[in-house]
Design a protein around this ligand. Structure first.
Ligand SMILES: Nc1ncnc2c1ncn2[C@@H]1O[C@H](COP(=O)(O)OP(=O)(O)OP(=O)(O)O)[C@@H](O)[C@H]1O
Length: 513
């Protein structure tokens, strides 16, 4: 394995911008201060105030002014909290991130490269020209609007394109340009004088395979001789047919069928094998075994490329099994932090009081935009039903929606058409809606067995350097158990979560000043 480690020579953060950043921070602090002032807490009038006599009805909304309902309306019974906590499916989450991402995620972090041979100089390129790509491929890259390689591309591509071919394991967070890197390598390696499959690219799901195929089609727009083929559900082969396309992009089951069962192509003639989204792949039942079966049938000279957004132990074990003698490239994930976040908790007796707390702060949270997290779909729909009945326009994003519907919800929210988004853990990672200033945990994040889920808390509340603005987190606590979770989270991150009620209103008003 790796014998040496070199760091790329990226300059550290520019100091020239520091003055401007301080100024920006002051303005943001002031915004938060104004928002919290807007809470207008008075002694003896905490957040959880004025209940109607009948707990099954809701009353008008405090301090909102945007369509409060005056008549009491019946509301659905509060959820019992006994349903399954809704969590993100890794393949769906990955697809959603891919589709909603508007462009390249540029990380300030350093890239780590582990080389097999410490004497070989590992170079990186700053331009696509320096890669000596086929002219029609270069044309395709520019037509896609790529001016220069991203960090992972500038380091990976010279190695991926070098002769003799070298194996690679590359890990870099979603959106940093991995797909474009391996697609360029795949397209460069094809010999169009030979009419049989030479490149296999494995994706965990139908949708992810299509995404990769679309990148390959765009990039090869001017390479008229290169032929691509999908091996995914719905694609069928005539009996006895032989595949003549150069590149096959597909899911493991279908590829195994075509290569092994139908012998529609010769796995021994494959020269490039790409395993994409390896972390999602191994999270999908049965895929790991199928990948290994395909891999066993490939020739030892086949160049192996392995891409993953994470670098956990199980992913790396899988990587090292599939990819002999690799060059390893890692771009550390930008970590979220709670540094710019003021955290509070509000004591409530039950779900209805939690709702009341939201109602009472509604006017404040909608100064910017807010995301409210619930455990279950049922709670999310109950809460949105109640808020809607009270005349608020809210968006809901939970697991029963299709990817297209989720995108539509996020697009509307991003455009500011709704100020509040109610969701479950389907959205705990990668919220990159910059204008979100308040995150409310209607339910504190916990595992199915009831333990505090600190990592999810960080993903919901935290910000990365890119989205490093200030924010407020409000945790609604309605039982001794949720209080315990709140305390666990507090001690885990060693960051105070303050009680938000009339008693500390003076202190609250000082926030950010
Ligand atoms: N060199 C580049 N210049 C400009 N944009 C780029 C470049 N490389 C990739 N992009 C764009 O950046 C976005 C993310 O790239 P890409 O999908 O390749 O990332 P990824 O790391 O493969 O993400 P994932 O882990 O989700 O597969 C895409 O919209 C892509 O078109």
């Amino acid at each position: 394995m790796a014998e040496s480690t070199i760091e790329s020579n990226n300059a550290s953060a520019a100091t020239a911008a520091a003055g401007a950043e301080n100024w920006v921070k002051k303005v943001e602090d002031q915004e938060i201060s104004n928002m919290v002032d807007g809470l207008k807490l008075e002694k003896g009038n905490g957040l959880v105030g004025a209940q109607t006599d009948d707990p099954s009805t809701t009353s008008s909304v405090v301090g909102n002014g945007t369509g409060a309902v005056t008549a009491a309306v019946p509301t659905p019974a509060a959820p019992t909290g006994e349903e399954e906590i809704e969590n993100a499916n890794p393949a769906d989450a990955s697809l959603l991130m891919k589709i909603i991402r508007k462009g390249l995620v540029e990380s300030k972090l350093d890239l780590e490269v582990q080389r097999r041979d410490p004497t070989s100089p590992l170079h990186s390129v700053k331009s696509f020209e320096a890669l000596h790509l086929k002219p029609e491929l270069l044309q395709g890259v520019y037509a896609m609007g790529f001016n220069a390689p991203s960090k992972i591309q500038e380091t990976a591509l010279p190695t991926l394109l070098a002769d003799p071919p070298q194996n690679m394991i590359a890990q870099s967070q979603s959106g940093t340009g991995k797909t474009a890197a391996f697609v360029l390598a795949m397209l460069s390696r094809v010999d169009t004088t030979k009419n049989y499959p030479q490149v296999l690219c494995l994706s965990p799901t139908y949708e992810l395979a299509i995404q990769t195929g679309e990148v390959a089609a765009k990039m090869s727009k001017f390479c008229h001789d290169v032929k691509l083929r999908y091996a995914v559900r719905g694609e069928e082969l005539a009996k006895g047919a032989k595949i003549t396309d150069h590149i096959i992009i597909g899911t493991p089951g279908k590829l195994l069928d075509w290569g092994l069962k139908f012998r529609a192509f010769d796995l021994r003639k494959i020269t490039v094998f790409v395993l994409d989204e390896a972390d999602v792949m191994i999270a999908t039942q049965g895929h790991q075994d199928q990948c290994i079966r395909i891999h066993k049938l490939l020739p030892p000279t086949c160049q192996m490329m392995f891409f993953s957004a994470t670098y956990e132990k199980d992913v790396m074990e899988f990587a090292e099994y599939i990819v002999p003698k690799p060059i390893v490239i890692r771009l550390a994930r930008e970590q979220e932090s709670l540094d710019n976040i003021k955290q509070y908790y509000v004591r409530c007796k039950d779900q209805n009081e939690k709702y009341q707390a939201i109602s009472n702060i509604y006017g404040v949270i909608t100064v910017g935009q807010a995301i409210i997290f619930c455990h279950t779909r049922r709670t999310a729909s109950w809460l949105s039903g109640k808020l809607s009945k009270d005349g608020h326009s809210v968006a809901v994003l939970s697991g029963e929606l299709t990817v297209e519907q989720r995108l539509a919800v996020l697009d509307r929210f991003r455009a500011g058409m709704e100020k509040v988004l109610i969701t479950t853990n389907v959205l705990s990672r990668g919220i990159d809606v910059e204008q979100v200033t308040i995150v409310v945990n209607f339910d504190l994040p916990m595992f199915q067995d009831g333990r505090a889920d600190c990592e999810t808390y960080l993903h919901r509340i935290g910000r990365t350097g890119r989205f490093g603005k200030n924010g407020i987190a409000i945790n609604l606590v309605d039982s001794e158990h949720s209080m315990k979770i709140c305390k666990t989270i507090e001690s885990h991150f060693q960051k105070k979560i303050q009680l938000l009620d009339a008693e500390n209103s003076d202190e609250i008003e000082k926030i950010g000043s």
